[in-house]
Ligand binder design. Sequence first.
Ligand code: ZN
Length: 427
Amino acid sequence: MKLRVGSKQLIKDLNISVVVDTIRKHEPISRVDIAELTRLGRSTVTGIVNLLLKEELIVEVGSAESRGGRKPVLLKLNPQARYAIGIKLGPSLITVALTDLHAGVLSKVTRPISSRQGPKAIFRALLGAIEDVTRDNPRSQGRIIGIGVVLPGIVDPSTGTSVSSHLLNWANIPVKALLEAELNIPVFVDNDANAFALAEKWYGAGRGKDNLLCVTVGVGVGGGIIANGQLYRGSIAGAGEIGHITIDEHGPLCACGNSGCLEALASDGAVVRSAREAMDKGQKTSILEVAGGDPSAVTREIVVSAAREGDRVARRILRETGQHLGTGIANAINLLNPERIVVGGEAVQQAGDLLLEPLRESMKKRSFSILADRVDVVPAALGENAWLMGAATLVLEEVFKPPIYGMEGNKPTLAIPSLVDPAAEGR
Ligand SMILES: [Zn+2]
């Protein structure tokens, strides 16, 4: 399958892309303020704005307070002028979303997978899901500006390669190259927790904050760092792996090979392991009852349900899980000095304060008080869409960043394609 890339290609030149990016990030905004922020001349800005209005990439929305003279008209992006695709690849599920230019999810398609299937079968399922989501939205045909893919583990975003993912059981899979060859559209790949952090920074609980630590808790424990307003990736894009800092040198074995990692102590698997240990020791708990009498049917969901009904063992397990998370985050606070911690992922969405309260206590106890006093811990705001929005944000950040990324024939190039109809240029 080839996705049809619009013949009216992306942004015409550097100045246009700078103006679009400024409007996207500061909307609603007046022409005067665009000129001030971009340092472009007012007549240049006016010319570009007229072009963008004609192309319906931006719209006028009312007017701002006058600073003397005529009230300036405000401009904002027309979010459905173009589209992006955001994809989350997990060990058991693929989710493909069509988003607008603010990364808002318009529709999504999911496909169950198994990490035992191997990359080939997973890519087939992925291509099928992309085809479905675009077919369901005919307006998106020829108007998709790129695809963002996020997955667990170490990802090299410069080549779009999944370097190592123990959850998917992948090593050196060239995700970007495989999809670009198949779909003829720019593809951007990153770690899922990084994407989560980007989405929460731009659209969620981290809005307006420039130094953030975002932590996701579920099947694994992941982290994304926003430092000085930018994603901090480290030297080979391996930064943020808070799930694999050691909490207990003599703790249980982790999937990464180390023992006592935060992930080995606070992921869904750890919660289930603790519940089974308690049952094996004959501790009085309703967990087995909630699981229908089958110890192998115990899940994190079941432990949280039991805790909500007041089961003491389940509450103790979640308290300890929260404490481990707080210890890991305390270490990160001393290292990074963030102003906000955003905690999300399926486990936090479900358990809420049952995890967050002990997390906050342990975090305060174990980090420098001067740093802990100035950081707040908040639940993530975007729910399960955060990863998809983050994946789409990878596209929006790159496509609107000069020089503009494009495709020439089947080859991705650093080109300056045009968002603008060539006919409109002869104004
Ligand atoms: Zn580990």
